[in-house]
Design a protein around this ligand. Sequence first.
Ligand code: GDP
Length: 425
Amino acid sequence: MPHCAIVGINWGDEGKGRMVDYFTEKFDIVVRYQGGGNAGHTVINEEGKFALHLLPSGIFRKGVVNILGNGVALDPENLWKEICDTRAQGVEITPDNFKISDRSSLLLPWHRELDELEEKRLANKKYGSTKQGIAPFYSDKYQKKTILAGELFYPDELIEHLKDLLEWKNLILTRVYGAKGYTLDELKAWIDNYCEKIKPFISNTGAILREADKTGRSILFEAQLGSLRDLDCGIYPYTTSSNTTAAFAPVGSGYGGAKIKDVVGVVKAYSTCVGEGPFVCEMFGEEAERLRTAGQEYGAKTGRPRRVGPLDIVATRYGIEVQAATEIALTKLDVLSYMDKIPVCTKYIVDGKETDEFPFPAALNRARPVIKYFEGWRKDISSVKTWEDLPIQAKEYVQFVEKETHCPITYVSVGPERDHLIVRK
Ligand code: GDP
């Protein structure tokens, strides 16, 4: 099996988790290569319903090795909780089936606190952070002011490194934000309580991936969030602080030479967006509430109601291009079954002119959607197993999206469970 990446095409929450869960059957290794515990993948399978935040979605398959690459924000506290919760649901997690890169950086206790302090300072100009410390973490990583997970194996050097970071970070906490600083004893306790727990999982995962490739084992790269949240290509500054694009997978997994053949872009049959920022085709009022309820659109991590809207062809086409997606998995088509007429945003109007191009972030607030309506199918499609058995209106909807986005839709998901999937190839 050639290596493959599964990525989000829109604002995240497209249903990547269920697609990775489906794909893991065919792969030997699943790697998370960016992001942290700030979003969630929901996976439903024979073992139950799981909300994963940091654990790769291949954790449920026997024989699959799951890796957190160097590109992730490694939050020992939340990761340990997630391991305990997932184990309590009967899932085996051992150093054999779960590995953490020794080159991943630790999300330190002050990162979450800095997120809170900064959102408070921003008051009504806030970006809608999930307050999981992701932005402060990545800024510190790029300033080279974090601790690598592998440093836990070098306790003397680790303490010296922590002392240096502490001195610098306490200046920021106390002088910039007027908050309380940390003591070395507090950090040592945090290491004992959480980092020691995850230590057995830490190893040189870059070497494992290189060796796996040499011996013909297949790797699945799992992304968090979607194209429009990519730090470089997304709706900056309402992006996340890492690269959600497939191009980053080799870097963030620690295997720069990885050749990814297939990039499966996950697109939801309508749009959702969590938090602040421009969202051109947003629906409001009763229409929005109905779609939100039908799709159960509430954040996996925060429980926040997601903003909803019709499928946005302009944003989706752009998302596909920046991911260089080779095929599409269209999810949650069943959610639209209640609609008489299904709206789709086909173009934008910016400053009076129609456009197919996704605008520069600063111009997004001036964009207005052009909406086209499709006939609804008005029946439950969640038990449909083949393309032929889908109602004609549903087929027309899928084919329109395929034509407009110039990318084959090879999977159509009609429900959250493993077998609620129509394979078109
Ligand atoms: P991710 O972060 O991209 O994995 O997305 P989330 O897990 O946050 O959101 C996807 C949600 O939709 C989860 O609750 C899934 O169980 C559910 N889901 C995924 N595919 C389908 C589908 O085709 N139909 C329905 N009704 N639910 C789905």
